[in-house]
Design a protein around this ligand. Structure first.
Ligand code: 0X9
Ligand code: ZN
Length: 427
C-alpha cells in the first residue's frame, strides 16, 4: 500500500524526529508532495522560534546545526505546508523551497540503472554511475577477493539483525599482513546516506584495481567496511528511502531501529541521543545493543594496535568532524588531528570541506563511532560528511564526489605509514 499524503494527518505524530513510521512496517512509504525547505534565521529569537515550530509539529530537521547562522533544512509533510507558509510569513522569517516534491527527487536520484552489466554477464555488476543494491555491492567484494587473492581478503565479521553478513575488506600487499599500520574506513552506518557506500566502494576499486595507486599500499594495510548497516540499506531501497537506523525490534511495538551512530560504547547515552525508540537518534537499550555496532567494534578493538586512522563516511555537509562529539571538548592531540585533516581537505578541488570539532561545528552526538574509536586509542579519528545538498544526491554525482575525495587518502596513507604498530605480545 502507498501511504497517501492525507494519511499522515491520521497518523498523528508523523515525523516527530521519529523515522517516518507507517502503520505497517512493510508498507512502502511515499514522499509524494513532501517538501524540503531551507529556513534561514537572522537572530537568536528567530532561530528559537523555528526550532520550536519544528518541535511542535514533530518535523524532521535535516541538519539542525547549533550554529544560528546555518540554514535549517526541514522536511515538511503536505498537510502542514500551508500552515507553515502562513506562520513564517507572519513572523517574517525567510525560507526557500529546496525540494518541491520529495518523491520526484527520490525517483530521479537513481534513474539510470546499469543495464549493460545486467544483460552482459560481467563478473560483477558494480559501477559508479548508479546506486546499487546490497547484492551488487557484496558481489563486487567477492569479485575483488577472488580476482586479487594476494591483495584482498574478504572478512566476514558477523551478521546483521536480519541475518545479512557484515563484511570488512582487507587490502594488504605485505607478505605478512596485519603487521603494518592500517587505515580503517567504514560507510553506510546511516542507511539513507547512499553516497557513503558508493564512495567506499570507489575507494576499494581504486586501491585494488588501479595500479597507479600502488603507492598507497606501501607500508599500509586498509580495512574497508562499505556497509555497516545492510538491513537499513536494503530497507531504504525497498520501502523507505529516508530510513536512517538499523532494523532491530525495540521496546516499542510500532517503532524499529537504533541510530547506530549513537550506539557505540563511549559516552553512550549522553547529549544528542534519544532514549525514545521512535526517535531518529534512538541510542538503543544499551551501548552496542546492535549486532552491527557490536561486531564492528569487536573487530576494530582486536586490531586497535594496528589501526592508526579511523574514517567514517556520512552525508551530507562537506565537513571533516573531529572528536569529541559528545560535548564541546577537545582531545589533547586535537591540533595534530586537525592539521592532518586540513592537509587532506586541501587536496579537494571541486568541493571545499570545513574541518572542525563535531559538537562545535554541528551538534552533539554522544555514542558516535568516531568518538569511540578515539577513546580506544586510535590516533586519528574523523567523521566525514560528504558533499550533497541533502540526503538525496543524483547518481550522476557519485563519480565527481568520489574522484574529488580519493586524493585525501594519499595524505592519510603517508601519515599512517610513519606510525608504529604497537604489539602486545602474550606474557
Ligand atoms: O548525526 C550524526 O550521526 C552525523 N550526521 S548525519 O547527518 N550523517 O547523521 C554527525 C555526527 C557524527 N559524528 C561522528 N561520528 N563523530
Ligand atoms: Zn550519517
Amino acid at each position: 500500500m502507498h501511504l497517501l499524503p492525507f494519511a499522515w494527518l491520521v497518523l498523528g505524530c508523523v515525523f516527530c524526529f521519529c523515522q517516518a513510521a507507517p502503520t505497517n512496517d512493510d508498507d512502502f512509504v511515499t514522499y509524494s508532495e513532501f517538501q524540503v525547505w531551507k529556513i534561514t534565521t537572522r537572530s537568536n529569537e528567530e532561530n528559537k522560534l523555528v526550532l520550536q515550530m519544528i518541535r511542535h509539529y514533530g518535523f524532521e530537521a535535516w541538519k539542525d546545526s547549533d550554529a544560528i547562522s546555518a540554514p535549517i533544512g526541514v522536511l515538511i509533510p503536505p498537510p502542514f505546508l500551508e500552515e507553515m507558509k502562513l506562520k513564517l510569513a507572519a513572523t517574517n522569517i525567510s525560507y526557500e523551497v529546496e525540494i518541491s516534491d520529495l518523491q520526484t527527487a527520490i525517483n530521479d536520484e537513481n534513474a539510470s540503472i546499469n543495464v549493460s552489466a545486467i544483460t552482459t554477464k560481467m563478473a560483477h555488476k558494480m559501477d559508479w554511475t548508479s546506486y546499487h543494491r546490497l547484492d551488487d555491492i557484496y558481489g563486487y567484494l567477492k569479485y575483488l577477493a577472488d580476482t586479487y587473492p594476494k591483495l584482498v581478503r574478504l572478512i566476514d565479521i558477523g551478521t546483521s539483525y536480519e541475518d545479512r553478513p557484515l563484511y570488512v575488506v582487507r587490502i594488504s600487499n605485505s607478505s605478512s599482513p596485519d603487521t603494518q599500520p592500517a587505515v580503517w574506513i567504514d560507510a553506510g552506518i546511516h542507511a539513507r546516506e547512499w553516497i557513503s557506500p558508493a564512495v567506499a566502494t570507489y575507494i576499494l576499486h581504486q586501491l585494488v584495481e588501479e595500479p597507479t595507486n600502488a603507492g598507497l599500499l606501501l607500508n599500509v594495510d586498509w580495512y574497508i567496511m562499505p556497509i555497516m548497516n545492510p538491513d537499513g540499506y536494503e530497507y531504504t531501497h525497498m520501502k523507505n528511502r529516508l530510513w536512517r537506523k538499523t532494523r532491530s525490534k525495540t521496546s516499542s511495538k510500532k517503532c524499529r531501529g537504533v541510530d547506530a551512530n549513537r550506539n557505540f560504547g563511549y559516552q553512550w547515552g549522553g547529549a544528542g541521543s534519544s532514549r525514545d525508540p521512535c526517535a531518529i537518534k534512538f541510542r538503543g537499550a544499551n551501548a552496542f545493543s546492535e549486532p552491527e555496532t557490536l561486531a564492528t567494534s569487536n573487530f576494530i578493538t582486536e586490531k586497535s594496535k594496528q589501526i592508526k586512522l579511523y574514517l567514517t563516511l556520512h552525508s551530507f555537509g562537506q565537513v571533516f568532524l573531529l572528536p569529541w562529539g559528545h560535548s564541546v571538548t577537545y582531545p589533547s592531540d586535537y591540533d595534530e588531528m586537525k592539521s592532518l585533516a586540513k592537509n587532506a581537505a586541501s587536496k579537494f578541488k571541486r568541493y571545499k570541506y570545513r574541518v572542525g570539532n563535531l559538537a562545535a561545528v554541528l551538534y552533539r552526538a554522544s555514542g558516535n563511532s568516531a568518538d569511540w574509536a578515539k577513546s580506544i586509542g586510535i590516533d586519528y579519528s574523523y567523521t566525514v560528511e560528504l558533499p550533497a545538498k541533502d540526503f538525496l544526491l543524483p547518481a550522476s554525482r557519485i563519480l565527481p564526489v568520489s574522484q574529488d575525495f580519493f586524493p585525501a587518502l594519499e595524505v592519510f596513507a603517508a601519515k599512517v605509514a610513519t606510525l608504529k604498530v604497537t604489539y602486545s605480545f602474550p606474557a
